[in-house]
Write a protein that binds this ligand. Structure first.
Ligand SMILES: Cc1cc2nc3c(=O)[nH]c(=O)nc-3n(C[C@H](O)[C@H](O)[C@H](O)COP(=O)(O)OP(=O)(O)OC[C@H]3O[C@@H](n4cnc5c(N)ncnc54)[C@H](O)[C@@H]3O)c2cc1C
Length: 395
């Protein structure tokens, strides 16, 4: 089949890899003028890690990534309140790495070995599902008829909007905005330690990266309009974090000079179905669990792998789409439900939430307690389907 994937991120590149292995002809359309670099870190673990193993990219992920030895919660004066061991908490043992979202996506893309056509700096302008094919027109004017279209274009998916309807029907804003940026030469540095400081309304997270870079992540309570330009976004952060303790002020002062600046809402995408006709969604586009879930990238890979495996197995795309949804909808829903309660940990709404959050962090640092408290939420209740390569073996 000829399959067009919109979005060359984690979900899109994973899907392209597996569809190619099943013998399909794949085109990836990416809006950015080049594959993204830098950006925020994701903790990568769970069933997505198993997909990465099947793709043979784990050594590359370990090479580019970080294994943090400590998550340290500090108070306004920088004193340690709690100390967490990420790998142990996630019950993942060796199957855990922190890596920038773009490094994960580019390692996946590299595994493809150029087997899919990549169209950069373009996106889909219109889609017409004609029953036996989809007529696609890109913004550049290029048009094509393909067998299937898959939207892997993230939280603000255009494919979703074109094929399923307006964002408001599916997006659930969780009352928090997030900002991530990198500062060069920041001091102090704490190697392989993620430092977290929360006050009422926000959390500041700082991690030291290679090449003397420091990554900062703000998660901030916000109701009302969300600004769209960088200046207004930074103004909002300065207002919300004014008077913040620890290193908040120094970091805010350096924010305008940051090379890259990411700002977005923390939202979930909840849909009754991820497929319609010959169009399907994978990753955040159809099932974003939000940043609070800490597992969106792994889920994106699981979804992409499962969709490709079902397309490879089923004689008809309708069967494949049905099996894809049936296998994963419960898992996704449970991750989304689990994330809803975590907003207080990343941006406590009041003094009581802050107190409970800090007390919980202290408890989570005690041996065995994290697993007892978080229990099943760290377990991915999913069995990856077998992959049966199709007509054409990989080149
Ligand atoms: C601050 C933050 C921290 C996070 N931490 C974690 C974590 O610790 N662990 C974890 O597993 N997950 C984490 N996540 C979630 C994770 O990043 C996402 O779930 C994951 O990136 C989803 O992958 P995706 O490929 O579906 O979407 P994206 O990674 O968003 O990729 C979408 C791609 O589509 C492209 N695109 C967008 N629109 C268009 C368009 N119209 N046309 C063509 N291309 C388009 C984009 O440029 C991008 O390349 C975090 C998210 C945030 C925001």
């Amino acid at each position: 089949m000829r399959i067009l994937i919109v979005g060359a991120g984690i979900a899109g590149a994973t899907l392209a890899y597996w569809l190619h292995r099943a013998g399909h002809e794949v085109t990836l359309v990416e809006r950015a003028p080049k594959l993204r670099e830098g950006g925020y870190l994701v903790d990568f673990w769970g069933a997505g890690f198993d997909v990465a193993e099947r793709m043979g990219i784990v050594p590359e992920l370990r090479h580019r990534g970080y294994v943090f030895t400590e998550g340290r919660v500090v108070d306004r004066a920088g004193r340690r309140i709690a100390s967490l061991k990420p790998a142990k908490i996630m019950q993942s043992g060796e199957k855990y790495v922190s890596i920038t979202r773009s490094d994960l996506a580019s390692a996946i893309y590299a595994a493809l070995g150029g087997a899919a056509e990549l169209v950069l700096g373009d996106t889909v302008a219109s889609l017409a599902d004609q029953g036996d094919r989809v007529h696609v027109v890109l913004e550049s004017g290029r048009s094509d008829d393909v067998d299937l279209v898959v939207g892997a274009d993230g939280l603000h998916s255009r494919v979703r909007r074109l094929a399923f309807g307006p964002d408001a029907d599916y997006e659930r804003y969780l009352g928090i905005v997030i900002a991530a940026f990198e500062i060069d030469g920041y001091r102090p540095r704490d190697e392989l330690v993620a430092l977290m400081h929360a006050e009422v309304g926000f959390q500041v997270l700082r991690v030291s990266l290679r090449d003397d870079r420091t990554l900062v992540l703000f998660s901030v309570r916000h109701s009302g309009d969300v600004p769209h330009d960088r200046d207004s976004q930074q103004q909002l952060l300065r207002a919300k974090l004014a008077g913040g303790g620890w290193e908040t002020r120094a970091i805010l002062d350096l924010m305008p000079a940051a090379a890259s600046f990411y700002f977005d809402t923390v939202s979930q995408i909840r849909m009754p179905s991820w497929t319609r006709g010959r169009v399907a969604l994978v990753g955040d586009a159809g099932a974003c669990p939000s940043f609070l879930a800490g597992q969106g990238s792994a889920l994106a890979m699981v979804e992409a792998y499962t969709l490709a495996a079902e397309i490879a197995r089923c004689p008809d795309h309708r069967q494949a789409f049905g099996a894809y949804e049936q296998r994963l909808s419960r898992l996704v829903l449970s991750k989304q439900d689990g994330a809803l309660g975590l907003g207080a940990a990343f941006a406590p709404a009041n003094g009581l939430q802050l107190f409970v959050r800090n007390a919980a962090m202290k408890l989570m640092g005690l041996p065995g307690v994290a697993n007892l408290v978080m229990g099943r939420s760290f377990h991915d209740a999913v069995e990856l389907p077998p992959f049966t390569p199709g007509r054409r073996p990989p080149d």
